[in-house]
Design a binder for this molecule. Structure first.
Ligand code: B12
Ligand code: SF4
Length: 457
């Protein structure tokens, strides 16, 4: 089958210029992985990754995804299936892509997948009956190949778990949930040298250095109130150290990668696995620079040392607030004190690793004193990079349920309202954005600072 997979562009009203620039540039792992799976089954697949394009050019150039889709559809000729990957903030771009697809490939089947689809499920189909033919809820690794069989008439939709579709009578049907991939499958089935990466060889941070981004675990065992990851992935599952190292070996040998960004939600969560991966990397002496994300309550000095000696360059932590009470409200960092946070930050810096922090302003209940506590903590630990976000509500998170109870938002708002993001408190949004912008700028890392300076020249 001829398949086009499209990743919608980055949302435009995310907040501040600095926030945009702070994004790491990395190809969309999920869609490229799906493309590799489909190609292995003999399908012809083209990927448009508009998010990556925006990221790698520091948002200086953007692909209009709908226009891009139209052009690629013309080049591809007959297309059987168009798959669109959607997050909640990119849902309006996804609609534009679907409209372009309907117009220029009227016979193609349009399938939507990704986090936003798993949030709204059948509501999304009911809201856009003319645009989407099928929705894939949850992981697409097994569902999408089966769905192509459905489209080819080789399989019945009702017998395909994990989809939403319209029956012949026009009613909306949802099949049984697709079980998530077990760890064994994560090791086996996702052992696809991601051939798509060939086209991304020099993506990293807009530079020319061969690099790789990997997600070596799915799910997060924690429960931060603003975060959709735990619900999206259900349970935490990780690939074995051997599996992780074999993929790195592959990309080192074939593409000479020199940077590696672990996009796992909490890279150090499984301490034994993490130490084994780091020991393997250290012994290989590839000299690959590592970037990873984690939390203050699942890291210790030994892991920090191991990370540094395996090539660790940057570690990013979700600090979110300098006020212990706010962190507690956010379900963040399991009671870790400011003293402990300070000690971890010092250990990271002492090991020669760049310290990156994620901070959130405008969370419900945050006072001016809380903001001052955050600024003081930042001042005392002197991070190398800070990325600030306003408190945005994403559907089906605990924060959303709070907002829903307070009658701020309903799930259907993500169908009817056009803004990309929903600030928890719309009245303070501009002030919060300004604060985010100032703090990100104050601690801007070299890459962000260069982008800002280039833009201002
Ligand atoms: C890496 C990452 C980023 C990178 C993206 C780099 C890149 N080019 O991919 C950066 C830092 C730029 C980023 C930015 C943002 N992100 Co982000 N990000 C992630 C993260 C940590 C990993 C994504 C990933 O690769 N996952 C692994 C792959 C395998 O999963 P996947 O892409 O979802 O694909 C699977 C399924 O969803 C499905 N699928 C996906 N697409 C499709 C398409 C079809 C047709 C089908 C059938 C199936 C399918 O099948 C895939 C395989 O199973 C996730 C959290 C997470 N753990 O997933 C958040 C996450 C996706 N981001 C999120 C958000 C909110 C954002 C931002 C809005 C943050 C902000 N405030 O600015 C921006 C907006 C970006 C955007 N375009 O939407 C949310 C989305 C929530 C929602 N309701 O939509 C998530 C889930 C985080 C969270 N904890 O809530 N992000
Ligand atoms: S630790 Fe990170 S990924 Fe996990 S629930 Fe909290 S914010 Fe989400």
């Amino acid at each position: 089958m001829n398949v086009l997979l499209v990743v919608a562009d980055f949302p435009r009203d995310v907040g501040t210029r600095e926030q945009f620039l702070a994004r790491p540039s990395a190809p969309a792992i999920g869609v490229n992985h799906l493309a590799t799976v489909l190609r292995k089954l003999g399908h012809n697949v083209v990927v448009i990754d508009a998010l990556f394009h925006a990221l790698r050019t520091g948002f200086r150039t953007r692909i209009d995804t709908a226009v891009g889709t139209t052009e690629v559809l013309r080049e591809m000729g007959d297309v059987d299936c168009i798959g669109i990957s959607i997050t909640s903030p990119t849902r309006s771009y996804a609609l534009a892509i679907a409209r372009a697809a309907r117009e220029h490939a009227p016979h193609a089947t349009i399938v939507a997948g990704g986090p936003h689809v798993s949030v709204l499920e059948e509501r999304l189909l009911e809201g856009h009956r003319d645009l989407y033919d099928y929705l894939v809820v949850g992981e697409g690794d097994r569902t999408l190949p089966e769905l192509l069989d459905v489209i080819a008439g080789k399989r019945k939709p009702a017998e395909t778990p994990g989809i939403v579709y319209r029956s012949s009578t026009g009613s909306t049907c949802k099949t049984a949930a697709r079980p998530v991939l077990c760890e064994h499958s994560l090791n086996d089935e996702t052992l696809v040298p991601n051939t798509e990466y060939a086209q991304y060889q020099s993506f990293f941070d807009g530079g020319r250095v061969p690099a790789l981004a990997m997600v070596t675990a799915r799910g997060c065992p924690y429960g931060c109130t603003f975060c959709y990851s735990p619900r999206l992935w259900c349970t935490y599952r990780c690939q074995s150290p051997e599996r992780v190292l074999s993929e790195i070996d592959y990309f080192r040998t074939n593409y000479g990668i020199r940077h590696l960004r672990f996009q796992d939600d909490t890279f150090t969560y499984n301490r034994t696995r993490c130490l084994a991966v780091l020991a393997g990397l250290r012994s290989r002496q590839y000299g690959i620079d590592l970037y990873a994300h984690t939390r203050f309550d699942c890291i210790d000095e030994q892991v920090i040392e191991a990370y540094a000696s395996a090539g660790g360059r940057s570690l990013y932590f979700g600090l979110e607030s300098g006020a212990a009470d706010m962190r507690r409200r956010m379900g963040k960092n399991g009671g870790v004190t400011n003293e402990r946070i300070g000690a971890v930050c010092r250990a990271v810096k002492k090991a020669g690793i760049r310290l990156g922090l994620w901070v959130m302003f405008g969370y419900p209940g945050e006072t001016d004193d809380n903001v001052q506590e955050t600024l003081q903590l930042l001042n005392s630990v002197q991070p190398d990079e800070v990325t600030c976000n306003p408190a945005h509500v994403h559907p089906h998170t605990p924060l959303y349920h709070q907002a829903e109870e307070e009658r701020r938002y309903r799930l259907t708002d993500w169908l009817t309202r056009s803004q990309d993001f929903f600030p928890y408190d719309e009245a303070s949004e501009e002030r919060v954005k300004q604060l985010c912008s100032e703090v990100t700028r104050q601690y801007a890392g070299d890459r962000i600072r260069t982008c800002i300076e280039e833009e201002e020249r």
